[in-house]
Design a protein. Structure first.
Lengths: 143, 192
């Protein structure tokens, strides 16, 4: 394709064009171009770092927002009538013993007491192997 | 033409390695500058065109890994940069253009009167013919690459080149063409 079968005269003209004084890039142009390339690459690296930081912050914000939303949507209050008969009975006893305690607080304490009674036995750290102590019993000798 | 993705230089450019861009400059800057001079006529503008190409390369470096012909890609970018610079120059007010002329007249080719006549004859060519001469002689591109750069067929590029040479011959004083010492054929730059 590149062999055009030019006449000798045109071939000579082609050689003259190729051999006419050649402009070579000045050293200053190389310094300018390479310097500009380095600057652009540095800027790209900085932008990549910022992009990562922004993405991480955005992800953290979304996570925090979801957590807050979930916690706000959760009602930790005791719903009336949800308690078992045992809790109701306990709450009534607490109310009789401590009339100044509100019904709500009495129910709460009854729930805690009832829950504590359901906890599993667990050994004390300094107890001989095989000896278990009930978790809900007050033990004044606990370290 | 290098197989797709086989040139390690392309991989280095895409990865943003400074030494790859430096190697690219060393390999192509001379040819690019000469081709841009052929289009723009002024060294300052030609240097700006080369700089614009490298700036654009860095900004779009991730696309370079898929480039099939790096030389054609570079000279396509150079052609566009030269077009932008020429357009900016054409919008300059006449007064500032005159001031530029006073500070930096159009670069005169060294080499004496004969070289000046050759240069004048080149400037008298049509833009398309001058462009194909610049890409072939100064840029060292093949007609296939010239076709890719200019958007014409390789046959059209070859025809333009032949017509350009014939027109140059016709415009030079009779007997001047071929008066120099015969030398080896113009070496075609090896395919990249």
């Amino acid at each position: 394709m590149d062999n055009l079968n030019l006449s000798p005269e045109l071939e000579q003209l082609e050689r003259e064009l190729a051999e006419r004084a050649r402009e070579e890039p000045a050293a200053a142009l190389r310094a300018r171009v390479i310097g500009n390339v380095q600057s652009e690459l540095r800027q790209q690296r900085r932008q990549a770092g910022w992009a990562f930081a922004v993405a991480a912050a955005a992800a953290a914000l979304v996570w925090i927002n979801l957590s807050l939303t979930a916690s706000r949507a959760t009602d930790y209050r005791l719903a009336p009538g949800d308690q078992s008969a045992a809790v109701d009975s306990l709450a009534s006893q607490i109310g009789e013993l401590l009339p100044e305690v509100s019904r709500r607080e009495a129910v709460r304490q009854a729930v805690l007491l009832e829950s504590g009674s359901k906890l599993a036995w667990c050994p004390r750290p300094d107890t001989a192997p095989g000896v278990l102590r009930p978790f809900n019993r007050l033990d004044h000798n606990l370290p | 033409m290098s197989p797709r993705g086989a040139d390690p230089l392309l991989a280095g450019l895409a990865a943003g390695r400074e030494e790859a861009f430096a190697a690219l400059y060393d390999r192509y800057a001379g040819r690019m500058l000469r081709a841009a001079l052929g289009w723009l006529g002024r060294r300052e503008d030609a240097e700006d065109a080369v700089q614009e190409v490298f700036t654009g390369l860095v900004r779009s470096r991730r696309k370079l890994a898929g480039v099939n012909d790096l030389a054609a890609y570079l000279f396509t970018a150079l052609r566009r940069a030269a077009g932008r610079i020429a357009e900016r120059r054409s919008r300059e007010p006449a007064a500032s253009e005159a001031a530029r002329q006073a500070i930096q007249p159009a670069d005169r080719p060294p080499g004496g009167p004969r070289a000046e006549r050759l240069d004048r004859a080149l400037r008298a060519l049509s833009p398309e013919q001058r462009e194909v001469i610049a890409l072939k002689i100064d840029g060292g591109l093949t007609f296939g690459q010239i076709a890719e750069v200019t958007g014409v067929s390789p046959n059209t590029a070859a025809s333009r080149y032949r017509y350009a040479l014939e027109k140059l011959r016709a415009s030079l004083p009779a007997g001047e063409v071929g008066a120099g010492k015969p030398s080896a054929k113009v070496p075609h730059v090896a395919e990249d």
